[in-house]
Design a protein around this ligand. Structure first.
Ligand SMILES: [Zn+2]
Length: 312
């Protein structure tokens, strides 16, 4: 195989080619999905909303032939990303509040009895998981960069840190549990962020993460049609690659399973319509006939939940 310098010269349309795999540092990289822009796209901060409909629009996505890691390259500067996340406002998320609560109550069971444990929810957004965790007996705090979302969470009575993980870790705070629900795929540098997360977990404590599973059967079968290929998802982990990174930074992985979202039928049909535009008119008709409070457990096996321990 040509080295990357030779490939750059031979195929200038592929430039810039990343020099090495983000995860294993190997040089055998392959362009998995060309850059694309699909239909009308949200602009600026709106592209980074939790409920963003900007599916299948993204920079080039590369895959490592050795470890299987997939990642966007080139990516936006960390400064531009930070700015975008600070500016996010997302009223549709609030409209889906009840279903977020259902999802979080279900996932909270994975954490075991609260027993007064302290918890940091990274990417706490509007504070719904904090609320569910507090009800169950945890003592939760949040970390949220979006001023709009963070203020929503503060309005529920929570301490919400508005700084990146690295800054919070530098303060020497520690928690029994740290959670990152659908967050790790958004980081510009997940290795550094997870190193910071390790410092924030007390020895013997746990971290829980959910993310899209690029190694799942659905993702592999759908290939370029997998709807989670999008601008705001910078890293596409599978169970193996996420476990590799967690172990590399010092965690001991204890569990991996699929993650179930509870969503309304209305939201699902809008998401599907945004993903498969030819079907959108039909889905819109169906959507009008469906009660807006219908909720569905949604699990196609392409979202995963991983738990890991900070060794004593
Ligand atoms: Zn690799």
């Amino acid at each position: 195989m040509m080295d990357n310098a030779a490939r750059r010269a031979a195929e200038p349309h592929l430039a810039p080619v990343p020099d090495a795999c983000y995860l294993c540092k190997g040089g055998r990289l392959r362009l998995r999905h060309r850059a694309r822009v699909a239909g009308t796209q949200p602009e600026g901060a709106a592209a980074y909303n939790c409920t963003s409909f900007g599916h299948r629009s993204h920079p080039p996505i590369w895959g490592c032939e050795d470890c299987g890691m997939m990642f966007q390259w080139p990516i936006q500067s960390p400064e531009a990303l930070l700015q975008a996340y600070q500016d996010v406002e997302d009223p549709l998320y609030v409209a889906e509040k009840d279903n977020r609560y259902h999802t979080f109550r279900r996932v909270l069971r994975e954490l075991g009895p609260a027993q007064g444990r302290t918890l940091l929810d990274v990417g706490a957004y509007c504070g719904y998981f904090l609320d569910v965790a507090r009800d169950a007996g945890f003592r939760p705090e949040g970390l949220e960069l979006s001023r709009w979302a963070g203020n929503n969470a503060r309005g529920l009575g929570f301490t919400v840190h508005g700084v990146p993980l690295r800054e919070l870790a530098a303060k020497g705070l520690q928690y029994d549990v740290v959670t990152l629900w659908d967050v790790v795929e958004h980081f510009a540098d997940p290795r550094e962020e997870l190193k910071a997360a390790l410092k924030l977990v007390r020895p013997g404590g746990r971290i829980y993460l959910s993310t899209i599973d690029a190694g799942s059967l659905l993702a592999r079968v759908m290939g370029g049609q997998w709807p989670w290929l999008m601008d705001m998802h910078l890293f596409y982990f599978g169970r193996r690659t996420l476990a590799m990174l967690l172990e590399e930074v010092g965690f001991h992985v204890t569990d991996a399973r699929t993650y179930t979202h509870i969503i309304s039928a209305d939201y699902l049909l809008r998401k599907v319509g945004a993903s498969f535009t030819p079907a959108a008119p039909v889905l819109e008709l169906v959507r009008r006939g469906v009660p807006s409070n219908w909720s569905i457990p949604f699990n196609l096996g392409d979202n995963m939940l991983m738990a890991a321990e900070r060794p004593l």
